[in-house]
Design a protein around this ligand. Structure first.
Ligand SMILES: [Zn+2]
Length: 301
C-alpha cells in the first residue's frame, strides 16, 4: 500500500492527477484514510477481519455474522457505496468543490468531469455536501453573530432593519444565521425568522457561555443577549460599523463569499437544499487553514 503522502492544503489539477492516476490509487487512499490502523468491520467494529482471497478490497467479518460471515468492501458505509461511479469520479468532484471558493454548479461539474447526465452530477454534489457536515464545538473568544437573507430579493439584505419588523418570510427569502469566532470557525444555519426567540436559540446552540465578547448589530432580536453574554452592538442605521473591538465584519466577510456563491454559482437554491449549501460553505471556511482539506473531506465521506 502507498505511503502516506505529504499533505497539501489544496491540490492543483496536476497534483490530483499524479496522486490519483487510476482507480486503484483511489481505493488504496480511501482504505488508508478510513482505517489508518488497519481494516475494521464497518458494522460491528471488529478488528479481526479476513481479506477475501480472490477479491481485492473485500473483507469478511465473523464477529457480527458467525456462520456466514459479513462481507464488506472499502466503500461499505460511505457515500460511495452502491454507486455506479468510480471512486476517481467522486474524488474529482470533491476536489472541484473544495477548490472552488464560491462553489461550483452541478452543470459545471457535469461539463468538466464529462458526466452523461446532469442528475448524476447533482446527486453526487449533494451527497458530498452532506458528508461535509462536521460536528460543531460552541464558539468562544470574540464571536460575531449576524443573519442574512437569500432568495429572490437577496439584494435587500437589511430590509428588516428599515421597517423594524421581523417581517414575513413567505416572500421566497430564506434566512441564514451565522456566528463566527474571529480567526476561528463559523457556524451557520437556516432559520425560520428573525424573531428574538429564534435568534436566541441559535446563539445558545452556537456560542459558548464563556465567550469573551459577543458582537451583533442593534436588531431588537439580539437585545436580550446582553443578559447572558458580554454583548456589544454597532448601529448600522447610524453608519456605525466599528466601535473598539465591536464590529461584525468577519461574519459579513463570510456572508459575502456565501452570497456571491449562491447568486453567482448556483443561481437558485431551493429551501430544501439550502442547509446543504450552507454546510459546504461552512466546511470550506472552517478548513481554510487545514493542511490537507481533501483528506479531511474524504474522511467524512
Ligand atoms: Zn462485523
Amino acid at each position: 500500500m502507498a505511503k502516506r503522502p505529504k499533505p497539501v492544503h489544496q491540490m492543483t489539477v496536476a497534483q490530483f492527477e499524479a496522486m490519483f492516476p487510476h482507480e486503484e490509487a483511489c481505493k488504496a487512499y480511501l482504505v488508508k484514510r478510513r482505517w489508518p490502523e488497519g481494516v475494521v468491520c464497518p458494522r460491528c467494529g471488529a478488528v479481526k477481519v479476513f481479506p477475501v482471497g480472490t477479491m481485492p478490497y473485500k473483507w469478511q467479518c465473523y464477529e457480527c455474522a458467525p456462520n456466514s460471515g459479513y462481507r464488506f468492501s472499502h466503500t461499505a458505509g460511505t457515500i460511495f457505496e452502491n454507486t455506479n461511479k468510480p471512486l476517481r469520479d467522486w474524488f474529482r468532484v470533491t476536489h472541484l468543490m473544495l477548490t472552488s471558493k464560491k462553489g461550483i454548479s452541478a452543470l459545471q461539474i457535469q461539463r468538466v468531469v464529462g458526466f452523461g447526465s446532469y442528475g448524476t452530477a447533482h446527486s453526487m454534489c449533494h451527497k458530498i455536501r452532506a458528508a461535509l457536515i462536521e460536528p460543531e464545538i460552541k464558539l468562544g473568544g470574540i464571536v460575531e453573530v449576524d443573519e442574512t437573507f437569500v432568495g429572490d430579493k437577496a439584494k435587500n439584505r437589511h430590509w428588516r432593519k428599515r421597517d423594524g419588523k421581523p417581517g414575513p418570510t413567505a416572500s421566497g427569502k430564506m434566512i441564514v444565521a451565522g456566528a463566527v469566532r474571529r480567526k476561528g470557525n463559523v457556524i451557520a444555519r437556516v432559520i425560520a425568522n428573525v424573531k428574538q426567540a429564534t435568534l436566541e436559540a441559535f446563539v445558545n446552540e452556537a456560542v459558548s457561555e464563556k465567550v469573551s465578547l459577543l458582537c451583533t448589530d442593534q436588531w431588537v432580536g439580539y437585545k436580550h443577549l446582553s443578559a447572558k453574554f458580554p454583548h456589544g452592538t454597532v448601529d448600522h442605521a447610524k453608519h456605525q460599523y466599528v466601535v473598539g473591538a465591536v464590529h461584525t465584519q468577519t461574519i459579513e466577510g463570510f456572508w459575502s463569499i456565501f452570497k456571491r456563491g449562491i447568486v453567482g454559482s448556483f443561481h437558485k437554491v431551493s429551501r430544501k437544499y439550502m442547509p446543504l449549501y450552507v454546510a459546504e460553505f461552512q466546511f470550506r471556511y472552517n478548513n481554510r487553514f487545514n493542511e490537507d482539506i481533501f483528506e479531511t473531506a474524504i474522511e467524512g465521506c
